[in-house]
Write a protein that binds this ligand. Structure first.
Ligand code: PMP
Length: 290
């Protein structure tokens, strides 16, 4: 079955979706994106994703007033690609549009380019159960990591290093602090308290991170938003990452340091279980055995 995508008002097969070489997304990475998880047709924290999209658009001064139409577009993409009974994701990209290449914004009122795709995204059951290994690298990104910009070259370069080292993600270090992962937020546990880098310009405010905040308050687990120092990591008993793709992912090893006895920690498991209740159970009506 050919993949159906959305481009600028039309649903069409992917091979017919043509974007101008003058698109400012192509020339300058002048655009923003979102990824939303769909649990058997039900989106996860849809409104929060739209709010973050609006913040990103405002931050880069792209005018797009039709966010209220996105839900219908995404639902149709899920249906047309027969993903309504599966675990899936929507990728949305909005660029400033297409115009003669100039560094400043074009003078004419540009039509933004709106592109969205739907894809199957199975739960990463094995890794969610056993946990993953990660490496650490300097955070070489810019100082507006709060914008979900399509300019992801630093993230891809660093993640490639993780892949080449047989690791599943790379955590980023800025001035001795763990900021986040290349495509995930980072959390560490000490004395049953959860620590994570505060919101601000140095991390992306993850939607899964919002869910973790809520779960911690429901479970009476203290969540402290202050940076974890890389050189103090051996004082923490557990570590996990969060993201639309990897959900609540236990980390059992950072570089050469192994947490506990190399299996996911108790607090991580509690948060993971509560997250699965909100997603697989409540949205999809399925209990996944981890
Ligand atoms: N940080 C970065 C740099 C990311 O790319 C992502 C994934 N989009 C996240 C954190 C996690 O965000 P979310 O939970 O919204 O997927």
């Amino acid at each position: 079955m050919p993949e159906i995508v959305y481009l600028n008002g039309f649903f069409l097969t992917k091979n017919k979706a043509l974007i101008s070489p003058d698109d400012r997304g192509f020339n300058f990475a002048d655009g923003v994106y979102e990824v939303i998880r769909y649990y058997k047709g039900q989106p996860f924290l849809f409104d929060e994703h739209i709010r973050r999209l609006e913040r990103s658009l405002n931050a880069v001064k792209i005018v797009f007033n039709d966010t209220h139409e996105l839900q219908n577009i995404f639902n149709r993409l899920i249906l047309e690609n027969r993903l309504n009974n599966l675990y899936a994701g929507i990728y949305l990209q909005i660029t400033r549009g297409s115009a003669k290449r100039t560094h400043h914004f074009p003078k004419e009122n540009l039509q933004c380019t709106i592109y969205a795709t739907a894809f199957e995204k199975k739960p990463m059951l094995k890794q969610l159960k056993t946990g993953i290994k990660v490496i650490s690298r300097p955070d070489i990104r810019w100082l507006r990591c709060d914008i979900k910009s399509i300019a992801l070259l630093p993230n891809t370069l660093i993640f490639q290093e993780a892949v080449e080292h047989g690791a599943d993600e790379c955590i980023l270090i800025r001035q001795g602090n763990i900021t986040e992962g290349t495509h995930s937020n980072a959390f560490a546990v000490k004395n049953n308290k959860v620590y994570t880098h505060p919101d601000g310009n140095l991390i992306l405010s993850g939607i899964t991170r919002i869910a973790v905040r809520k779960i911690c308050s429901e479970l009476n687990i203290e969540l402290i938003e202050e940076p974890v120092k890389q050189h103090e990591i051996h004082n923490y008993s557990e570590f996990f990452l969060t993201g639309t793709g990897n959900e609540i992912m236990p980390v059992v090893q950072i570089d050469n340091y192994i947490f506990g006895n190399g299996i996911p920690g108790k607090i991580t498991r509690e948060i993971q279980r509560a997250f699965f209740k909100h997603t697989y159970e409540q949205l999809a009506g399925e209990i996944i055995g981890i």
